[in-house]
Design a protein around this ligand. Structure first.
Ligand SMILES: NC(=O)c1ccc[n+]([C@@H]2O[C@H](COP(=O)([O-])OP(=O)(O)OC[C@H]3O[C@@H](n4cnc5c(N)ncnc54)[C@H](O)[C@@H]3O)[C@@H](O)[C@H]2O)c1
Length: 359
């Protein structure tokens, strides 16, 4: 069923995050009649100032309400649903990152499992007493659920019962619990498996951002599996376009009568890590952010990492007439321009003092 976003109240969790903030800005600009509620616990997994600056962009909009808090706080989530009565819920809040889940497992259970469960429970009770309730729950899953899938491209019809990290296991669990809740309580739910999202104001914990920081400081960069890794890098604007298309259409019922679907959103064009790094270097050189190419240290594979990600997006095309289109050359150029504007004063560029401003 199609949903008109006009006059809807949309709850976005993880709204200060990379994807959440970009989604919120696009939605706010798309209509004066959308009411947006955002929640984020503003954790310090990466630079909070970046999250604050993303929120600042949203602060001026009268139709936007921000709530600082955790989705693992059941009472808070209950109160938000009671106070604002969201029509659409987009759950993006999660502890992301594969490597971090090896050293900090507890936070993945807290945010990704308990937090997501609280969202499902709140959706379930939104229909109490015959109320219209939540019309569509859209939530972030991840390409990491494919683990070391051998078959490419990765299809949502592939079996993904062998996660290779706790992060992946939590995302797969989200899909399973969403299915159970959609079946039991009729919550229309759509899961989106995002493939390595990058772009301006992106996540500093991700390789392209970390490489940039190191290159700026003149440090060598570490490339795992000797550069022999392939990723379906997906530009942020494409991800946001995909989410907005998806939230406007509730899923068809499965053969078992469940209003549930899971899609891949990825570029459908994996590139080697080496090519990605060279393209990044070119963009940073063009912007004058670096003046020499970095030294590279080639290292073996890291635990929990996967060799390749490659999204089959046929279903996305079939159901929404959409697939990501931005090339990595264009996407990285936009990242480099943003990086220069956000972190660097002209005097710092190409100068002796090539340090990152602590903004
Ligand atoms: N960026 C990617 O490449 C990528 C790939 C696959 C899946 N995803 C998923 O997409 C979603 C958004 O990712 P992102 O890249 O924007 O990450 P992000 O870390 O920038 O955004 C997540 C936001 O959620 C917030 N958050 C974390 N735990 C919370 C909690 N318990 N309560 C409230 N807020 C909480 C964080 O403070 C952060 O601002 C996540 O679910 C992530 O797992 C991202």
């Amino acid at each position: 069923m199609r949903l008109d976003l006009n006059n809807k109240t949309i709850l976005i969790t993880g709204v200060a995050g990379f994807i959440g903030s970009n989604l919120a800005i696009r939605l706010i600009h798309s209509s004066d009649n959308i009411k947006l509620i955002g929640i984020d616990n503003m954790n310090d997994y990466y630079d909070i100032k970046l999250k604050e600056s993303r929120l600042k962009e949203l602060g001026d909009f009268k139709n936007f309400t921000f709530i600082k808090g955790s989705i693992s706080d059941k009472l808070l989530i209950k109160k938000i649903f009671a106070d604002f009565i969201p029509d659409i819920v987009v759950n993006l809040a999660a502890q992301a990152g594969v490597r971090y889940s090896i050293t900090n497992p507890d936070v993945y259970i807290d945010s990704n499992l308990i937090g997501f469960f609280n969202i499902l429970e709140a959706c379930r009770h939104s229909y109490d007493d015959g109320k219209k309730g939540v019309e569509h729950l859209v939530y972030a899953s991840s390409s990491s659920v494919y683990g070391s899938n051998k078959k490419i491209p990765y299809s949502t019809n592939d079996r993904v019962d062998n996660p290779v990290s706790l992060y992946a296991a939590t995302k797969k669990s989200n899909e399973l619990t969403a299915h159970a809740y959609s079946k039991l309580y009729g919550i229309p739910s759509t899961g989106l498996r995002f493939f390595t999202v990058y772009g301006p104001a992106g996540r500093p914990d991700m390789a392209y951002f970390g490489f940039t920081n190191k290159m700026v400081k003149g440090e060598k960069i570490q490339i795992f599996n000797y550069g022999n890794l392939y990723r379906d890098f997906t530009y942020i604007d494409d991800i946001v376009s995909g989410i907005i298309k998806v939230i406007q259409k509730t899923p068809e019922f499965t053969d078992d009568g469940v209003p549930y679907h899971v899609y891949n959103i990825g570029n459908n064009k994996p590139v080697s890590l080496m090519y990605f790094v060279e393209t990044l270097e070119n963009c940073l050189l063009e912007e004058g952010i670096i003046s020499v190419r970095p030294e590279k240290e080639l290292l073996p594979m890291q635990p929990g990492d996967v060799y390749q990600t490659y999204a089959d997006v046929d279903e996305l095309i079939k159901d929404f007439g959409f697939k990501p289109e931005t090339s990595i050359e264009e996407g990285l150029r936009r990242f480099a321009k943003w990086y220069r504007g956000y972190y660097m004063q002209d005097s710092q560029i190409q100068g002796e003092n090539n340090e990152i401003k602590s903004t």
